[in-house]
Design a binder for this molecule. Sequence first.
Ligand SMILES: Cc1cc2nc3c(=O)[nH]c(=O)nc-3n(C[C@H](O)[C@H](O)[C@H](O)COP(=O)(O)O)c2cc1C
Length: 449
Amino acid sequence: MMILGAIGGALGGHLGGWRHPDAWPLSMMQLSNSIEFAKTAERGKLHMMFMADGNGVRQMDKPELFAANSPSDRPSVFEPVTLYAALSQHTSRIGFVGTATTTYEEPYTLARKFGSLDHLSGGRAAWNLVTTSNAEDALNFSHSEHVARDTRYGRAREFLDVVRGLWDSWDENAFIQDKTTGRYLDPAGVQVLNHRGEHFAVKGPLNMVRPPQGHPVVFSAGQSEAGKELAAYGSDALFMSVASMQEGQSLYADIKGRMGKYGRSPDQLKLLPALSVLVGRTAAEAEALFDELQSLISPTLGVAYLSKMIGADLSGYPLDGPVPDVAVQSVGGTGIGTSIQQMALREGLTIRQAYERILPQMGGNMIKGDPEQIAAAMTEWFTSKACDGFMITLPLLPRGLNDFVDLVVPLLQQRGVFHMDYEGLTLRSNLGLQRPIRRIAAAKTLTAA
Ligand SMILES: Cc1cc2nc3c(=O)[nH]c(=O)nc-3n(C[C@H](O)[C@H](O)[C@H](O)COP(=O)(O)O)c2cc1C
Protein backbone atom coordinates (compact mmCIF):
# COMPACT_ATOMS: atom_id res chain seq x y z
CA MET A 1 0.00 0.00 0.00
CA MET A 2 1.07 3.56 -0.65
CA ILE A 3 2.51 5.43 2.34
CA LEU A 4 1.50 9.04 2.81
CA GLY A 5 2.86 11.77 5.02
CA ALA A 6 2.04 15.46 5.03
CA ILE A 7 4.64 18.12 5.60
CA GLY A 8 3.54 20.29 8.50
CA GLY A 9 4.37 23.85 9.34
CA ALA A 10 1.63 26.41 9.12
CA LEU A 11 2.95 28.39 6.17
CA GLY A 12 2.08 26.02 3.36
CA GLY A 13 4.56 25.10 0.68
CA HIS A 14 4.22 28.15 -1.58
CA LEU A 15 6.06 31.36 -0.84
CA GLY A 16 2.83 33.33 -1.30
CA GLY A 17 0.60 30.80 0.46
CA TRP A 18 0.35 32.57 3.83
CA ARG A 19 -0.98 35.74 2.14
CA HIS A 20 -3.94 34.02 0.48
CA PRO A 21 -7.39 34.82 1.96
CA ASP A 22 -7.98 31.11 2.67
CA ALA A 23 -4.74 30.74 4.67
CA TRP A 24 -4.82 30.73 8.46
CA PRO A 25 -5.03 34.36 9.56
CA LEU A 26 -2.07 33.90 11.89
CA SER A 27 0.45 31.21 11.17
CA MET A 28 3.30 31.80 13.61
CA MET A 29 3.47 29.71 16.83
CA GLN A 30 -0.21 28.75 16.74
CA LEU A 31 -0.73 25.41 18.45
CA SER A 32 -4.34 25.37 17.27
CA ASN A 33 -3.22 25.33 13.61
CA SER A 34 -0.98 22.34 14.20
CA ILE A 35 -3.72 20.47 16.06
CA GLU A 36 -6.09 21.11 13.17
CA PHE A 37 -3.44 19.94 10.70
CA ALA A 38 -2.76 16.71 12.61
CA LYS A 39 -6.46 15.94 13.05
CA THR A 40 -7.22 16.56 9.37
CA ALA A 41 -4.35 14.35 8.29
CA GLU A 42 -5.59 11.65 10.67
CA ARG A 43 -9.11 11.98 9.28
CA GLY A 44 -7.56 11.17 5.88
CA LYS A 45 -5.73 8.13 7.39
CA LEU A 46 -2.37 9.63 6.46
CA HIS A 47 0.44 7.67 8.07
CA MET A 48 2.24 10.65 9.48
CA MET A 49 2.97 14.31 9.54
CA PHE A 50 6.49 15.53 9.06
CA MET A 51 8.42 18.54 10.26
CA ALA A 52 11.68 19.68 8.74
CA ASP A 53 13.92 21.58 11.09
CA GLY A 54 17.15 23.45 11.61
CA ASN A 55 18.85 25.37 14.37
CA GLY A 56 19.20 28.88 13.09
CA VAL A 57 17.52 31.78 11.31
CA ARG A 58 18.32 31.79 7.63
CA GLN A 59 18.42 34.27 4.76
CA MET A 60 19.18 37.34 6.82
CA ASP A 61 21.54 38.39 4.04
CA LYS A 62 18.59 38.47 1.57
CA PRO A 63 16.33 41.17 3.05
CA GLU A 64 13.47 40.77 0.54
CA LEU A 65 13.20 37.04 1.07
CA PHE A 66 13.78 37.27 4.79
CA ALA A 67 10.98 39.78 5.30
CA ALA A 68 8.57 37.73 3.17
CA ASN A 69 9.14 34.56 5.20
CA SER A 70 10.14 31.84 2.78
CA PRO A 71 8.54 28.60 4.10
CA SER A 72 11.73 26.58 4.28
CA ASP A 73 13.63 29.24 6.18
CA ARG A 74 11.63 29.03 9.40
CA PRO A 75 12.47 32.23 11.31
CA SER A 76 10.08 31.29 14.13
CA VAL A 77 8.94 27.69 14.58
CA PHE A 78 8.23 25.17 17.32
CA GLU A 79 10.91 22.65 18.14
CA PRO A 80 9.35 19.51 16.59
CA VAL A 81 9.49 17.02 19.49
CA THR A 82 8.02 19.58 21.88
CA LEU A 83 5.18 20.34 19.49
CA TYR A 84 4.51 16.66 18.83
CA ALA A 85 4.25 15.97 22.57
CA ALA A 86 1.28 18.34 22.55
CA LEU A 87 -0.23 17.01 19.30
CA SER A 88 0.00 13.44 20.53
CA GLN A 89 -2.62 14.27 23.15
CA HIS A 90 -5.13 15.36 20.49
CA THR A 91 -4.76 12.39 18.11
CA SER A 92 -4.59 8.61 18.37
CA ARG A 93 -3.22 7.10 15.16
CA ILE A 94 -1.15 9.51 13.12
CA GLY A 95 2.65 9.28 13.36
CA PHE A 96 4.95 12.20 14.10
CA VAL A 97 8.22 12.58 12.19
CA GLY A 98 10.53 15.17 13.73
CA THR A 99 13.83 16.29 12.27
CA ALA A 100 16.92 16.40 14.49
CA THR A 101 20.56 16.65 13.53
CA THR A 102 23.37 14.25 14.38
CA THR A 103 25.93 16.96 13.73
CA TYR A 104 25.12 19.10 16.78
CA GLU A 105 22.99 16.97 19.11
CA GLU A 106 24.18 14.27 21.51
CA PRO A 107 22.90 10.67 21.23
CA TYR A 108 21.88 10.38 24.88
CA THR A 109 19.61 13.42 24.93
CA LEU A 110 18.19 12.62 21.51
CA ALA A 111 17.39 9.03 22.52
CA ARG A 112 15.58 10.40 25.59
CA LYS A 113 13.55 12.95 23.62
CA PHE A 114 12.30 10.58 20.93
CA GLY A 115 11.86 7.78 23.47
CA SER A 116 9.69 10.11 25.56
CA LEU A 117 7.64 11.08 22.51
CA ASP A 118 7.17 7.42 21.67
CA HIS A 119 5.81 6.76 25.17
CA LEU A 120 3.64 9.88 25.20
CA SER A 121 2.11 9.03 21.83
CA GLY A 122 1.71 5.29 22.36
CA GLY A 123 4.26 4.34 19.69
CA ARG A 124 3.89 7.01 17.03
CA ALA A 125 7.29 8.74 17.11
CA ALA A 126 9.79 8.95 14.27
CA TRP A 127 13.14 10.70 14.14
CA ASN A 128 14.22 12.20 10.83
CA LEU A 129 18.00 11.97 10.99
CA VAL A 130 19.73 14.80 9.15
CA THR A 131 23.30 15.98 9.17
CA THR A 132 22.17 19.64 8.73
CA SER A 133 21.79 21.42 5.43
CA ASN A 134 22.29 24.97 6.60
CA ALA A 135 26.00 25.67 6.99
CA GLU A 136 25.45 28.65 9.28
CA ASP A 137 23.78 26.55 11.97
CA ALA A 138 27.38 25.70 12.91
CA LEU A 139 27.75 29.18 14.37
CA ASN A 140 25.12 28.38 17.00
CA PHE A 141 27.05 25.37 18.24
CA SER A 142 30.50 26.78 18.96
CA HIS A 143 31.83 25.78 15.53
CA SER A 144 33.32 28.32 13.14
CA GLU A 145 32.18 26.46 10.01
CA HIS A 146 30.00 23.55 8.83
CA VAL A 147 31.48 20.14 9.55
CA ALA A 148 32.71 18.41 6.35
CA ARG A 149 30.28 15.92 4.78
CA ASP A 150 32.35 12.76 5.35
CA THR A 151 32.86 13.61 9.01
CA ARG A 152 29.16 14.42 9.38
CA TYR A 153 28.12 11.10 7.92
CA GLY A 154 30.70 9.13 9.93
CA ARG A 155 29.32 10.74 13.06
CA ALA A 156 25.74 10.15 11.89
CA ARG A 157 26.20 6.40 11.55
CA GLU A 158 27.85 6.01 14.93
CA PHE A 159 25.22 8.33 16.45
CA LEU A 160 22.44 6.09 15.11
CA ASP A 161 24.08 2.96 16.51
CA VAL A 162 24.43 4.59 19.93
CA VAL A 163 20.84 5.82 19.97
CA ARG A 164 19.51 2.37 19.09
CA GLY A 165 21.78 0.79 21.68
CA LEU A 166 20.38 3.17 24.30
CA TRP A 167 16.79 2.39 23.34
CA ASP A 168 17.69 -1.26 24.02
CA SER A 169 18.85 -0.47 27.57
CA TRP A 170 15.85 -1.98 29.33
CA ASP A 171 13.76 -5.05 28.87
CA GLU A 172 10.08 -4.09 28.40
CA ASN A 173 9.20 -6.07 31.53
CA ALA A 174 12.01 -4.82 33.74
CA PHE A 175 9.82 -2.49 35.76
CA ILE A 176 7.80 -4.94 37.82
CA GLN A 177 6.56 -2.32 40.32
CA ASP A 178 5.49 -4.96 42.83
CA LYS A 179 4.11 -3.25 45.92
CA THR A 180 4.00 -6.44 47.96
CA THR A 181 7.65 -7.42 47.53
CA GLY A 182 8.96 -3.87 47.27
CA ARG A 183 10.74 -4.64 44.04
CA TYR A 184 10.28 -1.73 41.66
CA LEU A 185 12.49 -3.10 38.94
CA ASP A 186 14.46 -6.18 38.04
CA PRO A 187 18.18 -5.33 37.76
CA ALA A 188 18.63 -8.25 35.35
CA GLY A 189 16.45 -6.34 32.86
CA VAL A 190 18.94 -3.57 32.15
CA GLN A 191 22.19 -3.47 30.22
CA VAL A 192 24.93 -0.87 30.13
CA LEU A 193 25.93 0.16 26.62
CA ASN A 194 29.55 1.10 27.36
CA HIS A 195 30.01 2.52 23.87
CA ARG A 196 33.44 3.82 22.92
CA GLY A 197 33.88 4.85 19.31
CA GLU A 198 35.49 7.43 17.08
CA HIS A 199 32.99 10.18 17.87
CA PHE A 200 31.24 9.19 21.07
CA ALA A 201 31.83 7.64 24.46
CA VAL A 202 28.45 6.80 26.01
CA LYS A 203 28.12 4.54 29.02
CA GLY A 204 24.35 4.27 29.36
CA PRO A 205 21.91 2.87 30.21
CA LEU A 206 19.16 5.22 29.08
CA ASN A 207 16.95 6.35 31.95
CA MET A 208 13.80 5.09 30.28
CA VAL A 209 12.15 1.73 29.68
CA ARG A 210 12.23 0.53 26.08
CA PRO A 211 9.95 2.63 23.82
CA PRO A 212 6.61 1.11 22.72
CA GLN A 213 7.88 0.64 19.15
CA GLY A 214 11.09 -0.93 20.45
CA HIS A 215 12.84 1.78 18.49
CA PRO A 216 11.00 4.85 17.22
CA VAL A 217 10.97 4.80 13.40
CA VAL A 218 14.12 6.32 11.89
CA PHE A 219 13.88 8.45 8.77
CA SER A 220 16.80 10.10 7.04
CA ALA A 221 16.96 12.85 4.43
CA GLY A 222 20.01 13.21 2.23
CA GLN A 223 20.83 11.61 -1.08
CA SER A 224 24.51 12.15 -1.73
CA GLU A 225 26.52 8.91 -1.92
CA ALA A 226 27.02 9.05 1.83
CA GLY A 227 23.32 9.84 2.37
CA LYS A 228 22.16 6.88 0.27
CA GLU A 229 24.55 4.55 2.01
CA LEU A 230 23.40 5.65 5.44
CA ALA A 231 19.78 5.03 4.45
CA ALA A 232 20.59 1.56 3.13
CA TYR A 233 22.54 0.81 6.31
CA GLY A 234 20.11 1.92 8.92
CA SER A 235 17.03 4.01 8.02
CA ASP A 236 13.46 2.76 8.08
CA ALA A 237 12.45 5.47 5.58
CA LEU A 238 14.16 8.03 3.37
CA PHE A 239 12.69 11.43 2.60
CA MET A 240 13.92 12.30 -0.89
CA SER A 241 13.75 15.04 -3.44
CA VAL A 242 13.42 13.84 -7.04
CA ALA A 243 12.81 15.86 -10.18
CA SER A 244 10.88 13.24 -12.19
CA MET A 245 9.34 9.80 -12.04
CA GLN A 246 12.29 8.41 -14.01
CA GLU A 247 14.76 9.82 -11.51
CA GLY A 248 12.63 8.30 -8.74
CA GLN A 249 12.78 4.89 -10.43
CA SER A 250 16.52 4.93 -10.77
CA LEU A 251 17.08 6.11 -7.18
CA TYR A 252 14.62 3.47 -5.95
CA ALA A 253 16.56 0.67 -7.62
CA ASP A 254 19.90 2.16 -6.59
CA ILE A 255 19.10 2.63 -2.88
CA LYS A 256 17.18 -0.62 -2.36
CA GLY A 257 19.95 -2.44 -4.20
CA ARG A 258 22.45 -1.35 -1.54
CA MET A 259 20.59 -2.98 1.36
CA GLY A 260 21.59 -6.60 0.79
CA LYS A 261 25.15 -6.05 1.94
CA TYR A 262 23.80 -4.88 5.31
CA GLY A 263 21.61 -7.99 5.61
CA ARG A 264 18.44 -5.95 5.14
CA SER A 265 15.43 -6.67 3.00
CA PRO A 266 14.37 -3.91 0.55
CA ASP A 267 10.87 -3.68 2.01
CA GLN A 268 12.32 -2.51 5.33
CA LEU A 269 13.27 0.89 3.87
CA LYS A 270 10.45 3.10 2.58
CA LEU A 271 11.39 5.65 -0.06
CA LEU A 272 9.24 8.75 0.08
CA PRO A 273 9.87 11.65 -2.30
CA ALA A 274 8.47 15.11 -1.61
CA LEU A 275 5.52 15.97 -3.80
CA SER A 276 3.79 19.33 -3.92
CA VAL A 277 0.07 18.79 -4.58
CA LEU A 278 -2.22 21.51 -5.86
CA VAL A 279 -5.72 20.13 -6.16
CA GLY A 280 -8.96 21.80 -7.30
CA ARG A 281 -12.46 20.43 -7.73
CA THR A 282 -11.81 20.86 -11.42
CA ALA A 283 -8.60 21.34 -13.37
CA ALA A 284 -9.70 24.93 -14.02
CA GLU A 285 -10.09 25.58 -10.30
CA ALA A 286 -6.57 24.23 -9.69
CA GLU A 287 -5.19 26.54 -12.40
CA ALA A 288 -7.04 29.50 -10.92
CA LEU A 289 -5.62 28.82 -7.46
CA PHE A 290 -2.18 28.44 -8.96
CA ASP A 291 -2.48 31.84 -10.65
CA GLU A 292 -3.72 33.44 -7.44
CA LEU A 293 -0.73 32.11 -5.51
CA GLN A 294 1.72 33.16 -8.17
CA SER A 295 0.28 36.69 -8.25
CA LEU A 296 1.19 37.08 -4.56
CA ILE A 297 4.89 37.06 -5.43
CA SER A 298 6.52 40.27 -6.65
CA PRO A 299 9.32 40.00 -9.22
CA THR A 300 11.86 41.25 -6.65
CA LEU A 301 10.84 38.47 -4.29
CA GLY A 302 10.75 35.91 -7.09
CA VAL A 303 14.31 36.77 -8.11
CA ALA A 304 15.50 36.63 -4.49
CA TYR A 305 13.93 33.20 -4.13
CA LEU A 306 15.43 31.91 -7.37
CA SER A 307 18.83 33.29 -6.30
CA LYS A 308 18.58 31.38 -3.05
CA MET A 309 17.53 28.13 -4.72
CA ILE A 310 20.17 28.36 -7.41
CA GLY A 311 22.89 29.60 -5.07
CA ALA A 312 23.90 32.67 -7.12
CA ASP A 313 22.78 36.32 -6.96
CA LEU A 314 20.63 36.98 -10.04
CA SER A 315 19.34 40.42 -9.00
CA GLY A 316 21.66 42.27 -11.40
CA TYR A 317 20.38 40.44 -14.50
CA PRO A 318 17.36 41.48 -16.65
CA LEU A 319 14.11 39.90 -15.44
CA ASP A 320 13.03 38.93 -18.94
CA GLY A 321 16.49 37.89 -20.08
CA PRO A 322 17.86 34.32 -19.95
CA VAL A 323 19.00 32.65 -16.76
CA PRO A 324 22.78 33.21 -16.92
CA ASP A 325 25.26 30.37 -17.07
CA VAL A 326 27.02 31.50 -13.88
CA ALA A 327 28.63 29.30 -11.26
CA VAL A 328 26.02 28.01 -8.83
CA GLN A 329 26.17 26.55 -5.35
CA SER A 330 23.92 23.75 -4.34
CA VAL A 331 21.55 24.30 -1.43
CA GLY A 332 22.86 22.24 1.48
CA GLY A 333 24.81 20.02 -0.89
CA THR A 334 21.62 18.70 -2.46
CA GLY A 335 22.40 19.57 -6.08
CA ILE A 336 19.10 21.44 -6.41
CA GLY A 337 20.80 24.63 -7.63
CA THR A 338 22.55 22.87 -10.49
CA SER A 339 19.44 21.03 -11.59
CA ILE A 340 17.35 24.22 -11.67
CA GLN A 341 19.99 26.02 -13.69
CA GLN A 342 20.35 23.09 -16.10
CA MET A 343 16.57 23.00 -16.62
CA ALA A 344 16.49 26.76 -17.28
CA LEU A 345 19.37 26.57 -19.76
CA ARG A 346 17.93 23.52 -21.50
CA GLU A 347 14.50 25.09 -21.92
CA GLY A 348 15.77 28.63 -22.58
CA LEU A 349 13.83 30.09 -19.63
CA THR A 350 14.04 33.74 -18.64
CA ILE A 351 14.66 34.62 -15.01
CA ARG A 352 10.96 35.42 -14.56
CA GLN A 353 9.89 32.13 -16.14
CA ALA A 354 12.38 30.21 -14.02
CA TYR A 355 11.19 31.59 -10.70
CA GLU A 356 7.54 31.18 -11.73
CA ARG A 357 8.33 27.54 -12.50
CA ILE A 358 10.15 26.67 -9.30
CA LEU A 359 8.16 28.77 -6.81
CA PRO A 360 5.28 26.35 -6.36
CA GLN A 361 7.37 23.22 -6.14
CA MET A 362 10.13 24.27 -3.75
CA GLY A 363 12.78 22.53 -5.81
CA GLY A 364 10.92 19.20 -5.90
CA ASN A 365 8.02 17.96 -7.96
CA MET A 366 4.53 19.37 -8.29
CA ILE A 367 1.29 18.00 -9.68
CA LYS A 368 -1.76 20.13 -10.10
CA GLY A 369 -5.19 19.30 -11.42
CA ASP A 370 -8.52 17.79 -10.49
CA PRO A 371 -8.68 14.96 -7.93
CA GLU A 372 -8.72 12.26 -10.62
CA GLN A 373 -5.58 13.64 -12.28
CA ILE A 374 -3.74 13.84 -8.95
CA ALA A 375 -4.76 10.31 -7.91
CA ALA A 376 -3.75 8.93 -11.33
CA ALA A 377 -0.32 10.55 -11.25
CA MET A 378 0.39 9.39 -7.70
CA THR A 379 -0.73 5.87 -8.55
CA GLU A 380 1.52 5.77 -11.60
CA TRP A 381 4.58 6.77 -9.58
CA PHE A 382 3.75 4.19 -6.93
CA THR A 383 2.99 1.26 -9.23
CA SER A 384 6.00 1.89 -11.44
CA LYS A 385 8.39 1.61 -8.48
CA ALA A 386 9.44 5.24 -8.35
CA CYS A 387 8.59 5.34 -4.63
CA ASP A 388 6.80 3.62 -1.75
CA GLY A 389 4.64 6.67 -1.17
CA PHE A 390 4.99 10.42 -0.78
CA MET A 391 5.62 13.25 1.58
CA ILE A 392 3.11 15.70 0.30
CA THR A 393 3.40 19.42 0.69
CA LEU A 394 0.37 21.67 0.26
CA PRO A 395 0.88 25.14 -1.19
CA LEU A 396 -1.98 26.65 0.82
CA LEU A 397 -3.00 25.67 4.35
CA PRO A 398 -5.38 24.58 5.74
CA ARG A 399 -7.36 24.44 2.47
CA GLY A 400 -4.86 22.27 0.60
CA LEU A 401 -4.84 19.52 3.22
CA ASN A 402 -8.63 19.52 3.57
CA ASP A 403 -9.01 19.23 -0.19
CA PHE A 404 -6.44 16.47 -0.42
CA VAL A 405 -8.11 14.46 2.34
CA ASP A 406 -11.66 14.99 1.06
CA LEU A 407 -11.06 14.77 -2.69
CA VAL A 408 -7.92 12.74 -3.40
CA VAL A 409 -7.69 10.18 -0.59
CA PRO A 410 -11.05 8.52 -1.44
CA LEU A 411 -9.90 8.09 -5.05
CA LEU A 412 -6.63 6.50 -3.97
CA GLN A 413 -8.65 4.16 -1.77
CA GLN A 414 -11.01 3.30 -4.63
CA ARG A 415 -8.00 2.47 -6.76
CA GLY A 416 -6.88 0.07 -4.03
CA VAL A 417 -3.48 1.71 -3.57
CA PHE A 418 -4.13 3.41 -0.21
CA HIS A 419 -5.40 1.80 2.99
CA MET A 420 -9.00 2.27 4.17
CA ASP A 421 -7.90 2.53 7.79
CA TYR A 422 -4.86 2.30 10.02
CA GLU A 423 -3.70 -1.31 10.35
CA GLY A 424 -2.22 -1.04 13.82
CA LEU A 425 -1.69 1.15 16.83
CA THR A 426 1.90 2.17 16.19
CA LEU A 427 3.50 4.05 13.32
CA ARG A 428 5.87 1.14 12.79
CA SER A 429 3.02 -1.31 12.31
CA ASN A 430 1.16 1.08 9.99
CA LEU A 431 4.28 1.42 7.85
CA GLY A 432 4.74 -2.34 7.64
CA LEU A 433 8.05 -2.23 9.50
CA GLN A 434 9.24 -4.97 11.79
CA ARG A 435 9.55 -4.30 15.48
CA PRO A 436 13.26 -4.53 16.30
CA ILE A 437 14.33 -7.29 18.63
CA ARG A 438 16.18 -6.01 21.69
CA ARG A 439 19.86 -6.67 21.26
CA ILE A 440 21.45 -8.10 24.33
CA ALA A 441 25.19 -7.59 24.59
CA ALA A 442 26.15 -10.34 27.02
CA ALA A 443 29.51 -8.85 27.94
CA LYS A 444 27.98 -5.50 28.74
CA THR A 445 25.23 -6.42 31.19
CA LEU A 446 25.02 -4.66 34.50
CA THR A 447 26.71 -7.48 36.36
CA ALA A 448 29.69 -7.40 33.98
CA ALA A 449 30.05 -3.59 34.11
C1 LIG B 1 14.20 15.95 1.00
C2 LIG B 1 15.24 16.46 1.95
C3 LIG B 1 14.84 17.07 3.14
C4 LIG B 1 15.77 17.57 4.04
N1 LIG B 1 15.36 18.18 5.21
C5 LIG B 1 16.29 18.72 6.04
C6 LIG B 1 15.91 19.41 7.23
O1 LIG B 1 14.74 19.54 7.56
N2 LIG B 1 16.89 19.93 8.01
C7 LIG B 1 18.20 19.81 7.70
O2 LIG B 1 19.05 20.29 8.44
N3 LIG B 1 18.59 19.17 6.58
C8 LIG B 1 17.67 18.63 5.76
N4 LIG B 1 18.08 17.98 4.63
C9 LIG B 1 19.49 17.91 4.32
C10 LIG B 1 20.22 16.85 5.03
O3 LIG B 1 20.55 17.42 6.28
C11 LIG B 1 21.51 16.46 4.37
O4 LIG B 1 22.49 16.50 5.32
C12 LIG B 1 21.95 17.39 3.27
O5 LIG B 1 21.08 17.20 2.20
C13 LIG B 1 23.30 17.04 2.80
O6 LIG B 1 23.37 15.67 2.66
P1 LIG B 1 23.43 14.97 1.27
O7 LIG B 1 24.66 15.52 0.74
O8 LIG B 1 23.48 13.54 1.61
O9 LIG B 1 22.20 15.36 0.50
C14 LIG B 1 17.14 17.46 3.73
C15 LIG B 1 17.54 16.83 2.55
C16 LIG B 1 16.63 16.32 1.67
C17 LIG B 1 17.12 15.65 0.42
